[in-house]
Unconditional design. Structure first.
Length: 692
């Protein structure tokens, strides 16, 4: 083989390995083998620079990376905001505030359409910048954020502070970027927000510097020394942060709405995208008094602008079964541009929604994006139906109105269905399924809900979706066990419920397509590691209706053990702050079923942990210690090491500072190790950690 062929072969082989490692998270070779081939390619390219290929892995730091950043544990959770979409909903929120705070004052700020950031400063110096992530764990993007020119690397005061804000791409820079991409034959970004998110995930910091991101900072996450949100923003400006000047102090709903109307007219003239107005209680002590729900602060709300609408044609409907048995209709439409993205699918919610809006195949419809995220059908354009059908539609609507006025209509029971069929006989009505599209079980429509539901506990679609949810990152985080692998396991009857995952062997996994020996070993190891997860991960993974990840954590913080929760009274659960009766009823109903009791027994027999480990951490060996991991670990994955350290009470940080207590250094540890040595910080090897 000549030199050129050798370089070509090495380049293609290394790119394949890099794709498996970084993108699929399923490497087929050991790191040592990759490193050997990589250094061989580097040497050949150095001797033959004219033969260096454009796709050589030496031109990029790790290839196409999806998880190219270290995870970062936020010491203060980032909550999302509740949304309202009209004055009535906003007024209802303001009225709830007044019930708790008799004379509230507000600060109104623009809702920047960008990417949330959290910035950590120590002694006035920027030490860490992280994405929001799931609100608890984000990604460390410090080096990229340092390339945003308006982010101060050093504050005007030598303080420790955690601030939050939004990174965005100005409209002018967005236009320029897309023009450059089109000239280079690349696809254009759909909107500035997508471009900003993509830029901050770049591994090449030169790209970040070139694109010209900007920021607005708006919240202090660490305990504030100021009394009001208005004072916080003024203080931020003194420290050197960019704060949006378009904000308004308000005392009541009328003043809030006046500002919203002003911003609505101003919106298109701004140099950046916004998607609404955020209203906050101004006094920080009153914010603390109002507190939080499971998901959002009670002291703030986001008013979202009315959604952009677009006209298209409804071609068909697709029915899918979720993990709770709900059968959901999705409209298949002619592709149309909406909110700067191409849309060809939209939710139709449920059968009642279809009937009430009289949606039929072939209709011209208006669609919109709810909160600029999920496409939905707003209404049918009746005037665009043929005249004969318009007459039938008018008669149908009049009859439907009479039924409602006379009190005979009950949407849960489809009382108007016969009327619908009478007036639209022979027209292109949507086919409403009577049986489950997956298991052919008769679908039910309960009086207390609007959804069609498959109640077959053995429904393949439900079980498959439950398994996918159980293995997902926010649940048991079984790396490598994604939807395609689980679908194969299910189709080959290797698993039927989540407990079966803990009986899988490498031999089982080797029967699946595209699963090699190394991948099978890694999946089995990930399943084994998941047994030790803190119990809130398991609770969320069970997929109990209304129980999200944050509610699961609150529940296990209270009960400490899943068995104790499973036998708790509904009243006891409902008393937990931020939860309530709906979650309590859902939990007790679930745990009373024979299937749930059997499943818990099987999981416990399989060695899955039922204890909440956060409580252990409070009295752990490393309680209160700040620990940094660096270098390549051999025995543990980085996430495994982090979880074990946290179980011992440590706060695992991604950056070394004078406040760091311990650094665990694996192979090829670089600047973090050098910095730890400079500060005289205690250093452990991976072997030291394993002994502990």
């Amino acid at each position: 083989m000549n030199i050129e062929s050798k370089i070509k072969a090495l380049t293609e082989q290394l790119n394949k390995y890099a794709y498996e490692y970084y993108t699929l998270d399923s490497p087929s070779v050991e790191d040592a083998e990759y490193d050997k081939l990589y250094h061989e390619l580097v040497a050949l390219e150095a001797e033959n620079p004219s033969l260096v290929r454009a796709d050589s892995p030496t031109h990029r730091t790790g290839g196409l990376v999806l998880d190219g950043f270290e995870k970062f544990q936020h010491p203060y959770n980032l909550y999302s905001l509740g949304d309202v979409f009209n004055r009535e909903e906003l007024a209802a929120w303001e009225e709830r505030v007044r019930k708790e705070i008799p004379e509230p004052e507000y600060i109104c700020e623009l809702k920047i359409d960008g990417l949330s950031l959290s910035l950590y400063y120590e002694n006035g110096l920027l030490v860490t910048a992280a994405t929001r992530g799931d609100g608890s764990i984000g990604e460390n993007i410090t080096e990229n954020v340092k390339r945003i020119k308006d982010v101060p690397l050093q504050l005007s005061e030598p303080i420790d502070i955690v601030v939050r804000g939004e990174a965005y791409l100005p409209r002018a820079n967005f236009t320029k970027l897309n023009e450059e991409r089109e000239l280079d034959g690349l696809s254009a970004f759909a909107n500035p927000r997508n471009a900003a998110a993509g830029t901050l995930r770049q591994l090449d910091t030169k790209v970040v510097a070139k694109r010209g991101l900007a920021t607005f900072l708006y919240q202090e996450a660490s305990p504030a020394t100021n009394d009001t949100q208005e004072e916080v923003l003024e203080y931020f400006e003194k420290l050197g942060f960019v704060v949006n000047s378009e904000r308004k102090f308000a005392r009541n709903m009328d003043e809030i709405w006046t500002f919203i109307e002003h911003v609505t007219t101003l919106r298109d003239k701004l140099a950046y995208d916004i998607d609404g107005v955020v209203v906050k209680v101004n006094n920080l002590a009153e914010q603390e008094e109002l507190g939080f729900t499971v998901k959002a602060p009670r002291w703030a709300i986001a008013y979202k602008f009315p959604a952009e609408v677009a006209e298209t044609e409804l071609l068909d409907v697709e029915w899918t079964v979720g993990r709770t048995g709900v059968v959901t209709p999705t409209a298949i439409m002619k592709p149309v541009t909406l909110a700067q993205t191409t849309v060809s699918r939209a939710t139709l919610h449920n059968v009642d929604y279809i009937n009430e809006k009289d949606i039929r195949k072939g209709d011209k419809v208006l669609i919109y994006k709810a909160g600029d995220i999920i496409p939905k059908v707003e209404r049918v354009l009746l005037d665009k139906r043929p005249k004969s059908e318009r007459k039938r539609t008018s008669a149908y609507n009049q009859s439907n109105k009479r039924i409602r006025e006379n009190g005979h209509y009950h949407r849960r029971k489809f009382s108007c269905r016969s009327v619908f069929q009478h007036y639209h006989s022979g027209l292109k009505k949507l086919d409403i399924p009577k049986v489950c599209p997956e298991c052919s079980t008769k679908l039910l429509h309960f009086e207390d809900e609007v959804a069609l539901r498959c109640v077959n506990p053995l429904c393949p679609a439900q079980n498959r979706e439950r398994l996918i949810h159980f293995a997902s990152r926010d649940a048991m985080n079984i790396v490598g066990l994604g939807p395609s692998v689980i679908s194969q396991l299910f189709d080959k009857k290797l698993v039927s419920d989540v407990a079966d995952l803990y009986r899988l062997t490498e031999e089982n996994l080797a029967k699946l397509d595209k699963i090699q020996t190394k991948s099978a070993q890694k999946i089995v190891a990930a399943i084994q590691a998941s047994r030790a997860n803190s119990a809130e991960k398991l609770l969320f993974g069970l997929g109990i209706r209304h129980v999200g990840s944050k509610a699961a954590k609150l529940l296990l913080e209270h009960f400490l053990n899943l068995r104790k929760l499973a036998t708790a009274r509904e009243e006891e659960i409902a008393e937990i702050q931020s939860l309530g009766g709906v979650i309590a009823t859902a939990l007790t109903s679930y745990f009373e079923t024979a299937g749930a009791k059997t499943l818990l027994d099987e999981l416990e027999t399989a060695g899955v942990n039922f204890d909440y480990l956060g409580a252990v951490a409070a009295n752990g060996i490393l309680s209160g210690k700040t620990v940094v991991l660096t270098g390549k670990l051999v025995t543990l994955t980085r996430n495994d090491a982090k979880e074990k350290l946290e179980a011992l009470g440590a706060n695992v940080s991604s950056s070394v500072s004078k406040k760091t207590d311990l650094v665990v250094a694996g192979a090829d540890a670089g600047s973090k190790l050098a910095k730890a040595q400079e500060f005289g910080i205690e250093i452990w090897s991976e072997e030291d950690l394993m002994k502990l």
